[in-house]
Design a binder for this molecule. Sequence first.
Ligand code: APR
Length: 228
Amino acid sequence: MKKLVVFSGSGMSAESGISTFRDNGGLWEQYRIEEVATPQAWKRDSALVQEFYNLRRKQIIECQPNSAHTLIAQLEEKYLVTVITQNIDDLHERAGSTEVLHLHGNIRLSKSSGPNQEKAYYPIEGWELKNTDLCPDGLVLRPHVVWFGEEVPMYDVAMQHIAEADILVVIGTSLQVYPAAGLIHYAINAEARYLIDPNAAELNVPNSFGVIPMNAVEGMMKLLEELR
Ligand code: APR
């Protein structure tokens, strides 16, 4: 079986009803990154940060995977599929994908707000994480998300998958956030690379990419025709 790697961003979940970050009306128009998504924000007002992610988690739990997630899961019938997602939602898993690497964390999990040497993650029951919820080390539990200014611990693993990919599918990401966006350049062995995004013409990808300028759902159907 060929190895197919999907690299997804927030546009992947847009048709499930979850806002993207940088489109018109996106999340970063409603919130300031420095107030909710940095280690400094957590130090300054952890309750506000918890509230921001509690709202995200509540919405994600209420949403369902869309058919683009399902089509990606079904690719496992023909390919060795690894999904590398920048998304903190769990819609790829809920659609049935079995190998999903969360580059920016997974909002359904929590971790210690301390240095967290042992990298232990704890499932969150329901949607709400409170500042009174503590880790076994006695520190407050924080969402398992990678904030701006933090390391991306899964980066090297993701890079390795992309370097080994026969086919790379980039879908629903503006490729503006590094180091994640740099991953697409490691697909040195790929025989085919695709970009699915309604705004594809504006995105900065090498000419080697086959561009499918469509939403995720429609774009995945088109991709399946091309892979046939
Ligand atoms: N289907 C596919 N793509 C879509 C759709 C759709 N229905 N709707 C919008 N898009 C595309 C947009 O054209 C854009 O290129 O999704 C992309 C969304 O880009 P961003 O909002 O920048 O999201 P993303 O690339 O995932 O952001 C990266 O930034 O804030 C951080 O940590 C956060 O992981 C996130 C990272």
